[in-house]
Design a protein around this ligand. Structure first.
Ligand code: JCQ
Length: 290
């Protein structure tokens, strides 16, 4: 297997591999699952002061990286792999983008400093301008490390098979994760939620779903709106099929389904509330699919 090839163009090459030399990414680097080549942009300066930046045309604070210097640095490594410039002006970096990059054979990350890079060299190389979030860093290096970390853990053999299954269910759905607990069961007077010790897997799944929904609703109204829309779409699709399939109430009727007689109220899926109790898009009770 040919390894994933990452290039970083930076004025601070000594910052790499940094955290990427440790933990999961570091182990994978040692195993040859990915390669990192770091290029000092200053090596492509040609004047006797080796200058890489200049004052902005039109005036204003700070300095701008020169297009001619950056162009030579890019030309030294470019070979058709995606070219990414980290900047707060970029399109948001997402898990989807990480998956797409991990499916390719590598990427080239350009790190800016000062006020940024002359826009003409960004355009000339058709670079993808990518942002890791709405805040300003003093350089693109930490952002490049974030992108690399998110991509590398998706490469084959980097994260174990068990974890990767969990990873998929999280990155597919728009819900935030439920909270996690481990031993001791009682710590500083705080008990682990009882249901997690019950051994009742259906009840645990339902509780986790409720927790995931509650935290998403309060913390990330944007994701919650997406989730409600997706769920509404799923319900529409199910409605057409419902004419051919038995209703939830029927599948949970012990007279029609003997398995149901083994379940308690806690393990049964909650029944859909009557139409009249639904107020607009406000969900009165979480409807689990456990
Ligand atoms: C990347 N989110 C934030 C690059 C200009 C003057 O500000 C600039 C800062 C950078 C470094 O990258 C970030 C960033 N995603 O700050 C260009």
């Amino acid at each position: 297997m040919s390894p994933f090839r990452a290039d970083v163009l930076t004025l601070f090459p000594e910052m790499f591999p940094g955290p990427l030399g440790h933990s999961l990414a570091g182990k994978a680097l040692g195993e040859g699952r990915w390669q990192l080549r770091v290029t000092d942009i200053r090596n492509f300066a040609i004047d006797r002061h080796r200058s890489v930046d200049d004052a902005p045309f039109g005036g204003g604070a700070g300095m701008v990286l020169r297009p001619d210097v950056v162009d030579r640095a890019v030309a030294a490594v470019a070979d058709g792999r995606p070219l990414i410039y980290l900047t707060p002006r970029g399109e948001p970096f997402t898990q989807k983008m990480a998956r797409e990059l991990a499916a390719g054979d590598g990427m080239i990350l350009l790190c800016g400093r000062y006020e940024g890079v002359d826009q003409r060299v960004i355009e000339a190389w058709r670079m993808r301008e990518v942002s890791i979030g709405d805040y300003v860093l003093s350089g693109g290096e930490p952002a490049a490390m974030v992108v690399l970390d998110a991509v590398i853990r998706l490469l084959p053999g980097v994260v174990g098979k068990e974890e990767s299954t969990a990873e998929e269910s999280f990155s597919q759905g728009p819900l935030l994760e439920y909270p996690h607990y481990t031993r001791p069961a009682l710590w500083q007077g705080r008990a682990v939620p009882q249901v997690l010790l019950s051994g009742n897997h259906a009840a645990i799944a339902a509780w986790r779903r409720e927790q995931a929904e509650a935290i998403t609703r309060t913390r990330r109204p944007d994701l919650w709106a997406l989730y409600l829309r997706e769920r509404q779409e799923a319900e529409k699709g199910a409605e057409a099929g419902a004419r051919a399939e038995p209703h939830l109430e029927e599948t949970q009727n012990p007279e029609r389904n003997p398995e149901e007689s083994q379940k308690t109220a806690e393990t049964r899926r909650p029944l859909s509330p009557p139409e009249s109790s639904r107020e607009g898009s406000v969900i009165v009770k979480a409807v689990g699919t456990a």
